[in-house]
Design a protein around this ligand. Structure first.
Ligand SMILES: [Zn+2]
Length: 61
């Protein structure tokens, strides 16, 4: 498997990336919206389910 960013061999600890830098590049793409992501409406405040969101946030991922 090759790094999706630079096509170098993948680092097994960082797969699918070859380096932390490429992982950051990929993350940056996501943050900038280079990938099409359906806008989640879950960020809206005053949701009745806000308690569930808090419970999820309390758990370390
Ligand atoms: Zn790479």
């Amino acid at each position: 498997m090759a790094c999706p960013i630079c096509k170098k061999p993948t680092n097994t600890e960082l797969r699918p990336f070859c380096s932390k830098r490429c992982a950051d590049v990929d993350l940056g793409k996501w943050l900038k919206g280079d990938y099409a992501i359906p806008a989640p409406d879950l960020e809206a405040t005053d949701e009745p389910e806000s308690g569930m969101r808090d419970a999820r946030a309390a758990k370390p991922h």
